[in-house]
Design a protein around this ligand. Structure first.
Ligand SMILES: NC(=O)c1ccc[n+]([C@@H]2O[C@H](COP(=O)([O-])OP(=O)(O)OC[C@H]3O[C@@H](n4cnc5c(N)ncnc54)[C@H](OP(=O)(O)O)[C@@H]3O)[C@@H](O)[C@H]2O)c1
Length: 314
């Protein structure tokens, strides 16, 4: 099968196409003929030797990627729920070796959901790591109640565009940051207030917020404390960008944590249900062919991706 392997940590030139054997599945796995692959900033960070590079460096070959949507072509002996021919999607083996940049992926049944029939493979692959992150943060860490005030940073980005929709669904009043060009997009997702981070200081406009999802880190985290009410919560997701967040938040009478998404069958099935019911929509701003993987990484590196980008294998 065709796969994209990472020859060495570093630049995009290290992502190369290779012919390698189709994976052999374990009893608790299914083989998926991949149709679409979601691309995330962690793919780029790992390629450069950060992100999950520490966990992957022992593998040969290294195959990046975690988000897939495709069709099941083989099932292991212990598989009970998923059948041959099912269309499935999910975030495979995160934080581990997902090996998603390939025509065939071996995936644990518990990391997959059945793809809703009205949702394309592109939309489903997109709604894997980023949608799961948004949902796990809001479900497990936010404590959001109807009427709460919620700030979502990078509201036009991968995680942010799902987080705005889900926070709105939970009954929150949502403010979102992006550049001015994405203002209408952010409002269309359900935000009631848009802040253009290039022209406005969000901490001078917002106050008494219950919850902030910080997708930026560093100084953005420090400024975000200022919009929270006493006892409010901030979750920061970029790794290594908000040292001591828990201590700093606590000193200010706030709750602050770093959070990392994990593959979880129950949560991905909830995402599937949200997609099916139209509660959640993927915005795929661009698709790339398998051979355009380097351009896809370069797009993520701009830091300006709107919604999600997806790689198509056919
Ligand atoms: N811990 C975890 O489990 C986890 C999971 C997922 C992601 N992450 C991390 O979270 C971060 C965001 O991920 P992502 O997938 O959402 O990234 P992304 O899709 O690449 O984010 C791009 C978006 O960021 C916006 N943006 C850039 N600078 C901004 C700023 N200063 N204020 C507000 N918006 C800004 C851009 O909007 P404009 O074009 O309008 O500027 C663009 O739409 C990454 O660092 C990623 O690695 C962590």
């Amino acid at each position: 099968m065709k796969a994209i392997i990472l020859k060495a940590f570093g630049g995009v030139e290290n992502l190369v196409s290779a012919d390698i054997p189709v994976p052999v599945i374990a009893d608790n796995e299914v083989l998926v003929r991949v149709k679409a692959i979601g691309i995330n900033p962690v793919d780029v960070k790992t390629r450069k030797g950060k992100g999950l590079a520490g966990a992957l460096k022992e593998f040969d070959p290294i195959i990046l990627g975690w988000d897939i949507s495709g069709t099941v072509t083989q099932t292991g002996a212990k598989i009970t729920r998923i059948k041959m021919g099912d269309d499935v999607f999910g975030m495979i083996n995160f934080p581990g070796h997902g090996k998603a940049y390939a025509e065939y992926v071996a995936a644990q049944e518990s990391h997959l959901a059945i793809k809703p029939s009205g949702i394309s493979h592109e939309e489903a692959a997109a709604a894997s790591l980023a949608a799961l992150t948004a949902w796990q943060v809001l479900k497990y860490k936010s404590g959001i109640k109807p009427g709460d005030k919620v700030l979502i940073h990078s509201a036009a980005g991968g995680v942010g565009h799902y987080a705005v929709q889900l926070a709105k669904y939970l009954g929150a009043s949502v403010a979102g940051t992006s550049s001015g060009v994405n203002r209408d997009f952010v409002l269309s997702l359900g935000a009631s207030l848009h802040i253009d981070y290039e022209k406005q200081y969000f901490e001078k406009i917002l106050s008494d917020y219950d919850f902030v999802l910080d997708t930026i880190g560093g100084e953005n985290t420090d400024r975000s404390y200022l919009v929270l009410k006493h006892g409010g919560t901030i979750i920061c997701i970029p790794s290594g960008t908000s040292e001591n967040i828990t201590e700093k938040a606590s000193a200010l009478g706030l709750h602050g944590y770093h959070f990392r998404v994990q593959s979880d069958g129950h949560d991905i099935n909830e995402v599937a249900e949200f997609l099916e019911k139209g509660i959640l929509k993927s915005f795929v701003s661009k698709t790339f062919t398998f051979s355009e993987i380097q351009a896809a990484h370069q797009q993520i590196e701009t830091g300006k991706t709107k919604g999600k980008i997806v790689l198509l294998t056919d």
